[in-house]
Design a protein around this ligand. Sequence first.
Ligand code: SGN
Ligand code: CA
Length: 529
Amino acid sequence: MCNLLYPVQSSFNRNLTLIFCLGVSLMAVSCSSNNESQPDAEASTRPNIIFIMTDDHGYQAMSAYDDTYIQTPNLDRIAREGVLFRNSFVSNSICAPSRAVLLTGKHSHLNGQIDNFTRFDSSQATFPKYLQAAGYQTALIGKWHLKSQPTGFDSWEVLIGQGNYYNTDFIENGERKPSHGYVTDVITDKSIDWLKQRREDQPFCLLVHHKATHRIWMPDTALLHDFAGVEFPVPDNFFDAYEGREAATNHMMGIYKDMDLVYDLKMKDKEGKLNTKYRKAYENRMYSRMDDEQRAAWDAYYDPIIEEFMAAGLEGKELALWKYQRYMQDYLKCVRSVDNNVGRLLDYLDESGLAENTLIVYTSDQGFYLGEHGWFDKRYMYEESLRTPLAMRFPKSMHLQGATDALVQNIDYAPTFMDLAGLDIPEDMQGQSVIPLLQGDSTNWRQAVYYHYYEYPNEHGVNKHFGVRTDRYKLIHFYEDIDTWELYDLQSDPHEMNNLYGLPEYETVTTELKNQLKELQEKYGVDRM
Ligand code: SGN
Ligand code: CA
């Protein structure tokens, strides 16, 4: 058994015996004969790829990682029948940068997409382009967020910016098209339709990029009454005072102080007494998009809650806890819809026989805070937003099942897909294919991940920072408008409450981490040290 793989601890497969077979031949197809966009007989035997990515889905809300809040049987199925990555991280915890990293296999400073404001230079090399040139049929459906027009896809249907939860518009191969229904259902329908109408003489790579579970967490009306009466456990550090962590003090993503009662929590009272900052945005951009039937179901659920809330007159701690419970209700319903729809897609793969020879990946563009430190949103290098869920179910012939604790990062997706397709991994891609790792070869696997967040100023007040995380420690440097360092021992302090930076007994550890950080910066071609 491969020494990198450990029994999965989550409830669904605690007793699973891991069966990672070594030496499975993946490269049955050589890349040399497939450099042209021509279908051939051999091509149809090459593995397909379906890459499902949600937006802002924290690992805490995927039961393969943590079943405190929700059961996600369909997402877990990918992990159970495939591989669960227990240490999966992003390199820059925000949407557009994460998507650019996925496409290019390069850190933000090299692909140029350092924040959500930049426009992606779509002339650069991406894995869809390489796959397309090698005879793959490529498609992208859902959120894009990179401003420039998608390239490297035979067909694409993308949301405009963040898109909408209800009746959202798409840009379909350059043309604006309306849709009707709930966005997670619509994206899944479109994905299944695309699979049905694709050319069957080519392998394919389909990117399914959901809007959910992004703010403002609007549930599907069909799921509004789920979790009725459930009281979610409040994270221990919900009332964090951020002692010793100046950058965390600067946040503007507090459930208590920043979450808008109308916009985020849907408390649109009829009399308009709650005239919050974003009430108009909710009314004009979100609520008004629903049709009569959708709105009637919506109101039937929220109106009694609004009435009760208006009568209760909550303040302070009570209000904070009430907001947390409401936030979790909406957020988790969005997760449930993702889970149901992933189930639908998996069923279609079974029915159509595609499951056999298709890599299916489930991940999110980054993690999210579900009340930890009192927050929503992401961006910080703290665990909840640095991590992202990741499960991969490989083609059956590869016999890859189990879980790994290896430190993987979103720079690894592109090289993994190139490898799976039997193509050479371009030297300028900075990640590594996970396939050799899962087959037992951990030589040269990374011991630490590099992180860099650049978007400041921004609506959530998170300062620019970079850092390094090993299997045990994390060192972060916040810079520019602030100049602070933070050090955490994740073994004794998994929730990152005690900043150890500057303590004499951690001097050696700090020096080692600074050296590791410098090595990674050199390796990845980072200018600033
Ligand atoms: C929007 C959200 C923010 C969120 C960013 C980035 N505000 O601006 O809360 O941090 O997106 O999210 S909203 O009022 O428009 O919902 S990202 O996932 O796209 O990077
Ligand atoms: Ca996101």
